[in-house]
Design a protein around this ligand. Structure first.
Ligand code: AMP
Length: 115
């Protein structure tokens, strides 16, 4: 946990969010500015700044974030029609919160381009 990281504060319950899933490795909560009917952020409970900071020991954790995303997509009823998983990395990648996260976005047809 870092003192200044908003997602660390959500993980530790020091900042309120609409939590939809939590276990010993990951927390998922609704994005405060949803880009689609379903917009959930899935974060590791431990602070990892971005994909750039990943270590080999994090490989199981990253897999867990994806299986959590798949389970939540099913719970949200968007698994059959599809959805988008995004991990922005660094300034050029559009990352604004420097605690690694997966965006799970769905409930509508994605139209915006990738770049
Ligand atoms: P990114 O730009 O990929 O780093 O994504 C950061 C996301 O975090 C944005 O979509 C924000 O809307 C979202 N966000 C920032 N602060 C909060 C918060 N307190 N609760 C929920 N979502 C947040």
């Amino acid at each position: 946990m870092t003192d200044t990281c908003i997602f660390c504060k959500i993980v530790s319950n020091d900042v309120t969010a609409t939590i939809v899933y939590r276990d010993e490795q990951a927390t998922a909560f609704r994005d405060i500015h949803p880009a689609a009917p379903t917009h959930i952020l899935i974060v590791p409970n431990k602070h990892i700044e971005s994909v750039n900071a990943l270590q080999a020991e994090d490989e199981q954790l990253i897999g867990h974030l994806f299986t959590t995303a798949a389970r939540l997509a099913k719970e949200e009823g968007i698994d059959r029609k599809g959805y988008r998983l995004i991990t922005n990395t660094g300034i050029d990648g559009g990352q604004t919160v420097f605690h690694l996260h997966l965006h799970l976005i769905g409930g509508q047809r994605m139209r915006h381009p990738m770049g």
